[in-house]
Design a protein around this ligand. Structure first.
Ligand SMILES: [Zn+2]
Length: 393
C-alpha cells in the first residue's frame, strides 16, 4: 500500500500559495485571514478523506476516523499549519498533509483500522503571535504564561478556551509527526529518512564574572582584576569542554554585557548567557557544575535561568518507523532534533515519534526552504507503514 504522491504534492503546492508572496515567502501567521483560509482548505481535505472534523477553542483542528475496536486507543499524527513571517511552504504542512493523505489512502484501500486514527493540525507552533507551541501546549494541559495571556487577549482568547482545549492523553496510543529536518545531516550523508530519537533538552545559565573596575590608564597590567579577561578564559574553556564531550552537546554564548562599559574603564562585571543543548540533561548539568567549581574562586557565579527537559521518542514507535523504512528500502539514520516541535509536548504525555525528511542546504524559516517531492512522498509512505504496523500490533 502506498500513498498517492501526485495528489499529495498538488495539495502541498496549493496550500503553499495561501499566504505566499513572491520575493517575501510564506506568511501564514496563526489567527490571520490567510491562516484560516489554509485551515479551511485542509479541513476540506480531511472531510474528503473521510475524517470527522472538529476544532477546539484555541484553533487546533482534529480529524478522526473511528476504529473498529472501541477499546483501542487513538493513533494520532500531524503537525502545524502556521508559518513564521517570510518562511517557507514546507515547515508544518508536510506533516499535516502527509497525515491526511495516509488516512485517505487507507480509506481507498478499504482498510478498516482497529484503532481510531486522528489527524491533528496544531495552531501557533511557531510562536510569533501568542507563544511557541501554543496549540500543542493547550492540548497537553500547559497553562499560558503572562506573555501568552497578553497576546491571547488580542485574539479574543481566554483561560477557559485553553482549559477547554485539553485532550485526555490516556485515550492516546501515540502521536507521530513528519517534518522537514531543517538541518543538513540527511542531505550531507545522502540519507533519505531521519528517524528521530528525541528532542534535545536545553539549559541556560546566567553567568556573572566579578572583577574590579578601575582606571584603564593608570592601573598597571599586573594589578588588574579584569572581569572580561577572566570571562574570555571561561568561555573558551567552556566551549572546549563542550567539544570534548563528543559530538552531541552544543554550547553557545550569544549574549554578553560588560559593566560599566566604557573604553577607559577596566571591566568590573561581565554577565553572559551560556546555553547548552543535548540529548540528555545529565551531561549539561555536570558540565555547568564543573565550570562553577573550577572558576568560583576567580569570581564566577552561574544561575540556571531556563530548563527545558529533553523528550525522548518512544522505542516501539522508533522501531516501527525503522522497520517501515527497511520495508520501503529507504536509507535511514537516527537523528536528534535541536528544534522544538509539537511532538515535544505530546511526547511528554504519550509515546511519540518523528520522521524527518531532507531539507535542501539545511535552510528553513525562509522563502528558500525546499524539500524534494520524492522525499516528501517517502516521508508520507513511512508514516503510512508505521500507522499500519502500530494498528496491527
Ligand atoms: Zn515546524
Amino acid at each position: 500500500m502506498k500513498i498517492n504522491g501526485t495528489r499529495l504534492m498538488e495539495q502541498m503546492y496549493h496550500l503553499g500559495t495561501i499566504g505566499f508572496e513572491e520575493g517575501k515567502g510564506m506568511t501564514r501567521m496563526s489567527y490571520s485571514p490567510d491562516f484560516f483560509k489554509g485551515t479551511e482548505y485542509v479541513k476540506g481535505l480531511m472531510e474528503d478523506a473521510g475524517l470527522s472534523v472538529t476544532e477546539d477553542a484555541v484553533g487546533n483542528v482534529y480529524g478522526i476516523l473511528r476504529g473498529s475496536d472501541e477499546n483501542a486507543k487513538i493513533i494520532a499524527f500531524g503537525s502545524h499549519l502556521d508559518s513564521v513571517p517570510g518562511g517557507g511552504i514546507y515547515d508544518g504542512p508536510v506533516g499535516v498533509l502527509s497525515a491526511v493523505e495516509c488516512v485517505r489512502t487507507l480509506k481507498e484501500y478499504n482498510y478498516i483500522p482497529r484503532h481510531s486514527l486522528q489527524v491533528i493540525s496544531f495552531i501557533e507552533e511557531e510562536g510569533n503571535v501568542i507563544g511557541g507551541l501554543f496549540g500543542s501546549r493547550c492540548a497537553t494541559g500547559h497553562m499560558p504564561d503572562n506573555a501568552d495571556l497578553a497576546n491571547m487577549k488580542m485574539h479574543g482568547l481566554t483561560i477557559e478556551d485553553v482549559e477547554r482545549s485539553r485532550i485526555d492523553p490516556s485515550r492516546y496510543e501515540c502521536f507521530m509527526e513528519v517534518h522537514i529536518e531543517q538541518s543538513q545531516n540527511l542531505e550531507l550523508s545522502g540519507t533519505q529518512i531521519g528517524v528521530v530519537g528525541g528532542i534535545v533538552g536545553i539549559v541556560r545559565y546566567k553567568a556573572v564574572m566579578t572583577g574590579f573596575a578601575n582606571h584603564a590608564g593608570t592601573t598597571p597590567m599586573r594589578l588588574r582584576d579584569d572581569a572580561l579577561e577572566k570571562s574570555c578564559a571561561v568561555i573558551t574553556d567552556l566551549l572546549e569542554r563542550v567539544r570534548s564531550t563528543g559530538n552531541t552537546m552544543v554550547g553557545t554564548v550569544g549574549v554578553l554585557n560588560i559593566s560599566p562599559g566604557a573604553a577607559n574603564v577596566i571591566p568590573g562585571t561581565v554577565e553572559f548567557i551560556i546555553e547548552l543543548r543535548d540529548r540528555e540533561m545529565e551531561g549539561m548539568y555536570r558540565l555547568a557544575e564543573e565550570l562553577q567549581r573550577d572558576y568560583a574562586e576567580r569570581g564566577l557565579t552561574l544561575t540556571k535561568i531556563l530548563e527545558q527537559k529533553n523528550v525522548p521518542c518512544d522505542a516501539r514507535v522508533i522501531d516501527a518507523m525503522e522497520t517501515a523504512c527497511d520495508g520501503l528500502e529507504l536509507s535511514h539514520m537516527k537523528l536528534y532534533s535541536g528544534a522544538g516541535h509539537d511532538m515535544m509536548n505530546m511526547g511528554r504525555l504519550m509515546p511519540g515519534g518523528m520522521i524527518f525528511i531532507p531539507s535542501k542546504d539545511g535552510i528553513s524559516h525562509r522563502a528558500e526552504e525546499y524539500s524534494k517531492p520524492e522525499d516528501i512522498i517517502n516521508g508520507a509512505n513511512v508514516l503510512l507503514r508505521t500507522i499500519l504496523t502500530l494498528d496491527e500490533a
